[in-house]
Design a protein around this ligand. Structure first.
Ligand SMILES: N[C@@H](CCC(=O)N[C@@H](CS)C(=O)NCC(=O)O)C(=O)O
Length: 208
């Protein structure tokens, strides 16, 4: 039995989608993201106090992409991960890491610019620069999906598609996504044709 600590609208959405696709039992624990305070019990399993955290076999792990990759490997019947010796494994890992290491990081810099500076007045500039990096990363992804879509692995949905659909919900301005990045939009539409995924990605944050 898995326990997933997450929150509507958060980086916990992708792991939750994977759990739903794998059709496995899990307990969901909502973390209050409207406050930065985390109790000692939570900090013991996730020292940065972020979400998500997954408890599996009595051990906790954090970082949403790592959680997704682990779950997809543990549940091959869900068909969300190519075999470790398949040629698709390289692009699968490449895009999964690019999404979390580059795109997600820039999006979070835009959300929390004050964490990237000790000078409060610089926050606006940091946000603007982060937005430029987000757009460049999205362009790179859009181009790749245009050449070989609708998914990162062609016709087969896998972890990075679900992860991208999550990150795309954070893109601002949301109504410009489809016109600026049509191949990303097509990818998200395909991913969200799965009802459980669409439901999770549509949930409004508790404080939103
Ligand atoms: N790279 C981390 C980022 C986690 C992260 O920053 N989560 C956000 C929610 S999307 C969070 O916990 N925010 C609350 C905070 O930073 O205080 C992951 O994907 O797990």
């Amino acid at each position: 039995m898995y326990k997933l600590c997450g929150g509507a609208g958060s980086a916990g959405m992708a792991p939750q989608c994977i759990l739903e696709c794998a059709d496995v039992a899990y307990e969901f624990v909502a973390v209050d993201l409207s406050s930065e305070h985390r109790d000692a019990e939570y900090l013991a399993i996730n020292p940065y106090g972020r979400v998500p955290t997954l408890e599996v076999d009595g051990k906790a792990m954090f970082e949403s992409a790592a959680i997704c990759l682990l779950l997809a490997d543990r549940h091959p019947e869900a068909g969300l991960a190519p075999a470790s010796d398949a040629p698709e494994r390289a692009p699968y890992l490449q895009w999964s890491v690019f999404l979390t290491n580059t795109l997600q990081e820039y999006i979070l810099q835009g959300f929390y610019p004050e964490r990237c500076t000790t000078v409060a007045a610089e926050a606006g500039n940091i946000s603007a620069a982060a937005q430029g990096r987000v757009d460049r990363a999205m362009e790179i992804i859009d181009e790749a999906l245009g050449a070989d879509g609708p998914h990162f692995l062609g016709d087969t949905m896998s972890v990075p598609d679900i992860y991208l659909a999550m990150l795309a919900t954070w893109y601002e301005p949301q109504d410009a996504l489809g016109s600026r990045f049509p191949h990303i939009q097509r990818n998200c539409d395909a991913v969200r044709s799965h009802p459980a995924i669409d439901r999770i990605l549509s949930e409004e944050p508790a404080d939103g």
